[in-house]
Design a protein around this ligand. Sequence first.
Ligand code: T1G
Length: 691
Amino acid sequence: MSDPIAYERDGDVAVLTINNPPVNALSQAVRQGLMARMDQAEGDAGVKAVVIVGEGRAFIAGADITEFGKPPMEPSLPDVIDRIEASPLIVVAAMHGVSLGGGLEVALGCHYRIAVPSARIGLPEVHLGLIPGAGGTQRLPRVAGVQAAIDMATTGRHVKADEAHKMGAIDVIEDGDPKAIGIAYAQQLLDDGAARRPVSEMPSPEGIDWDATYDAVLARGRGQIAPAKAVRAVQASVEKPFADGLLAERDIFIELMNTDQRKGMIHAFFSERAVSNLPELKGVTPREIANVGVIGGGTMGAGIATAALLSGLRVTMLEMTAEAGEAARGRIGGNLAGALKRGKISQAQHDAIMDKALQVSTDYAALSDVDLVIEAVFEDMAVKKQVFTKLDEVCKPGAILASNTSYLDVNEIAACTKRPEDVIGLHFFSPAHVMKLLEVVVPDKTAIDVVATGFALGKRLNKISVRAGVCDGFIGNRILSTYRQAADQMVMQGASPYDIDAALEAFGFAMGPFAVADLAGLDIGWAVRKRKRAEGTMPDGATYADKMCEAGNFGQKTGKGYYDYAAGAKARVPNADVMPLIEEDRAGTPQRSFTADDILRYYMAAMVNESAKVVGEGIARRPLDVDMTLLFGYGFPRYNGGPLKWADIVGLDDLLGDIKSYAETNPDFWAPAPLLEQLVAEGKTFDSLNQ
Ligand code: T1G
């Protein structure tokens, strides 16, 4: 492998160019190269300054994450940065694209920093379950103050160049070629007789109320620990001499490196990038999509139309009546007004979308020239078939016909057209212009370029697209219905819905299953139960949940459900009418007590077992597909990596043991997934199937 650090001279200035595509990660070779090139520059007669610059799209995107969890390799990044800072030569960082984590730490190890206006800096280590480990929490406070350092190290947000300049992290903003502006700046500093300016020798910044800040950041983390730990590291930059502060930071960094949260978050980092990379799509050209039709302007249809419009596509919204059409335009307008308010689009963009890019019609013929139609009508097979039969008649050859159904059989829908190869499921999550997840549901006869187009659309809409096979509920809703049943089982066996919610919220979910049910509306489940009873696929006899609905307790929308929202959603309290109804239903069912850990293991065992069946049957290609589905569509806490990563971390043996013990009283529901039994028998993990 060629040396990742190029060396050249420009007068008195030596230029070190980092070239480690795609993002100049600080791999061992890059670290070794920086050490060697600094030696070369200091040994190169006449050199008075050094410029460090990145080749390609970024300065440096940080430490090489692929090295984490493996034995550390010399030189360490702190050693490289200390070496750069200690150089007798003036060292300038010339920054463009991103300077993240170790990349910003390298820049802070330089004596001066210049950046192009589009540059961004950040300390995103908390998104990997870590904190900066090479001086970021010690040097940044010295140049930018404690508040800015706390903000950047605990949020991991990317900071634009002008804000970074204002806070003192960047000295000069200059447009142009990064290397050229770096050399000119270094020469200017030499001409001005500027001194070396090691950040480590700058005075410690002012302190703050550390405990209050720590507690606030911890609460905000909802169980994630790294952000709060970053506060303690920045505290050391104020309370300790620099060298001791570095050691304190390193201790916290190594402590976090050995946590399950770090494993979960790095799994999420790489899985998020791998989930849409399907081998069968390599070299497959997606079809051109410029003009999209959406049928059904309800909440889902309007959200899908909004997402498409925000990505620059033209949209024709089809509704059955002019009134419904106007209502749809109103919903889309509301969504766009929100995007305008959040600064995602300008007023001009907003107006152009509403005046030109969006058309509303009640005539199917308006869809005759679209490249793709996404149907979002009522979840009823007969209605879906009617719509697709009509689309088959009016849409041009090569147009893709997609259904946003969340559980119906897409093969059956495709079969009612003469072009099943052009039919696909595109399952968005509400609100569709906000939620990141997109299930690309692939029926048996769908052409590979239609699948490729589904993923290309997902990328264009900035979604996390997951390939799903056809079954009831695809990946996400199928697994959801199983762990929801497990929650209901625990209620019948003696656990209170409130204890269950508390246990899952402590695990990191924003809301437990019963609070989520209240948010979604209990009347939805009630309607499903009534339909199933009418179809004879569900035993008669009202359950406590039916009685709650008969009493008008539909959840947040009626002010009462499992919880009473009289004092507001954030101040919800258990609805006193619920437990008596539950106790009535429990009559005759053996009761047991549930600790929070019992609840978590029961709930997660159901989630993992069903997830293993979904992978085992090929509905999901890899375990990471399930993990990303639950992370981006069902609120699974990112720092636990996803249900199957979590299962690997807690141990498949014990989980299978739990499942077998639960199966003693309920063998049908708790039949162990064959894939789980196989992995345990072979001593393997789910992660072994992600490779
Ligand atoms: N290490 C290794 N690979 C990386 C990487 C990194 N730091 N960053 C990106 N990649 C890979 C990525 O997996 C993908 O690979 C390809 O580059 C393109 O990335 C001591 C401990 C830079 C904003 O957390 O946020 O420094 O899928 O698809 O959308 O204190 O990548 O093509 O095979 O995401 O344009 C801190 C992580 C590390 C930044 C570009 N740094 N990266 O986004 O492209 S910890 C980070 C990003 C650290 C020190 C600590 C983004 C990006 P593949 P991409 P993108």
